[in-house]
Write a protein of this length. Structure first.
Length: 424
């Protein structure tokens, strides 16, 4: 076998390969072994047909095709090993010449993992934000807890701020209902600012059983383009009014919401929980910033095949998320002001995919430089944890591919932790 290699880009090479009789003879033997498994020849059991007999009974075109395929696969594998190529995808092959069992010439375009040049990853710019919990944040949690334990009593008076009302409403624009503007049996706390300005205020002063119209205009900065600044009318039916009686914040209240004997103990626990949440958020953001900085100071070429794969995954996740939210792709395009799906793909999926690919390649290179690996004990421990969380997925989690993915994930996590250690 002879081959030449030309680098067409940092992420792709073109290999020209010439095979001779010896190479093709080896591939032919492999092809005959494959064909003979399904070949029926009188006097021989299925799968037991000798190669020399199989050749006489095999379809010539099928044998030539199998020989060509095996010859090219074997040659490409040998070239990848010889040239130390980390192949990303099935090569695109262009057959140039084939003289049956005498010579074969072809060209292959191969996507490869590029060479990554890391910058100074020990002096990155990212800094961890300071964390603090304010008294106002603690009281906000307390107020939510009060709302959860509030008593609600139906009343026969006019609705006032602070009441919870149950309403039916139909929102109309130019006398036609618009998407997302209709609901039945909707519970709304007046003064919660859950609706656009003016809606809740318009219910105050009305009594149970009343039907009335609420003319309003949507804010000019409203998230849905088709409703920005739109003049609408809500047809409202007031079904019920409940007075919301909030409990006093005392030691009795503290005992009801948790294992606390005093209000002070309850507030201390809330503050501690909020602090942990904020520290986790800040730590995660710090890690993201460090990885972004690592990519910024390094040379990380982006293989298009990896970007395309990531973009497809991101798109699938986005579409699934929209489905959960009850929104169609067309509605989202309109909301974001995208002219079509291509613009959506370009501005969201492609950009995010490129960032993920660059981050993954940079971290993979860093794990090699820092000699970061995962031990069998670590992998078994994480695998056991995954089985605890997803017991119904044991077969999938036990597969070699799943364990390999898990190992890569653990190595990535350890690499990011090392990056934090070096920049703290």
């Amino acid at each position: 076998m002879k081959h030449t290699l030309k680098k067409s880009s940092e992420t792709q090479v073109i290999v020209t390969i010439d095979l001779d009789k010896t190479d093709l003879a080896t591939a032919k033997r492999v092809a005959l072994q494959h064909i003979s498994k399904n070949l029926k020849v009188p006097g021989f059991r299925a799968g037991k047909v000798p190669a020399n007999v199989a050749e006489k009974h095999a379809d010539p075109l099928e044998l030539a095709n199998h020989t060509t395929e095996h010859a090219m696969n074997i040659a490409l594998n040998d070239v990848a090993v010889a040239e130390d190529l980390r192949v990303l995808d099935r090569p695109q092959v262009d057959l140039k010449d084939f003289k049956p069992y005498d010579s074969l010439s072809f060209e292959a375009t191969i996507d490869i993992v590029p060479d990554i040049t890391l910058g100074d990853y020990k002096k990155l710019k990212a800094k961890k934000a300071k964390v603090e919990v304010t008294d106002a944040e603690v009281e906000e949690v307390v107020e939510r807890m009060r709302s959860q334990l509030a008593e609600k009593k139906a009343v026969k008076r006019e609705a006032s701020s602070g009441d919870e009302v149950n309403i039916d409403f139909i929102g109309k624009q130019d006398d036609k209902p618009f998407d997302g503007g209709t609901a039945n049996g909707y519970d709304l706390v007046l003064g919660s600012n859950s609706f656009i300005p003016g809606f809740e205020e318009a219910i105050i002063g009305h009594k149970t059983g009343e039907k009335f119209d609420v003319p309003l205009a949507f804010p000019k900065d409203y998230h849905a383009d088709h409703l920005k600044g739109a003049k609408v009318v809500f047809e409202v039916t007031l079904n019920e009014i409940k007075e919301v009686v909030l409990p006093e914040v005392d030691d009795t209240f503290a005992e009801k919401v948790g294992p606390f004997k005093t209000v002070e103990g309850m507030r201390e626990d809330i503050r501690s929980e909020l602090l942990q949440q904020k520290e986790k958020t800040v730590e995660d953001q710090f890690k993201d910033d460090l990885v972004a900085d690592l990519v910024a100071v390094s040379k990380v070429p982006v293989p298009q095949v990896l970007v395309d794969d990531q973009a497809k995954q991101i798109e699938q996740d986005a579409l699934q998320n929209l489905m959960y939210r009850g929104m169609s792709p067309d509605q989202y395009l309109q909301q974001q002001g995208y002219k079509d799906h291509d613009e959506w793909h370009e501005k969201e999926f492609k950009v995010a995919a490129e960032r993920r690919v660059q981050a993954g390649l940079a971290l993979a290179e860093l794990s090699k430089v820092e000699n970061i690996d995962v031990s069998k004990e670590e992998l078994d421990q994480r695998h056991a944890l995954m089985l605890e969380q997803y017991p119904t997925m044991k077969d999938q989690l036990d597969s070699p591919d799943a364990r390999r993915d898990l190992a890569n994930r653990v190595i990535t996590e350890k690499t990011v932790d090392r990056l934090v250690e070096l920049n703290s």
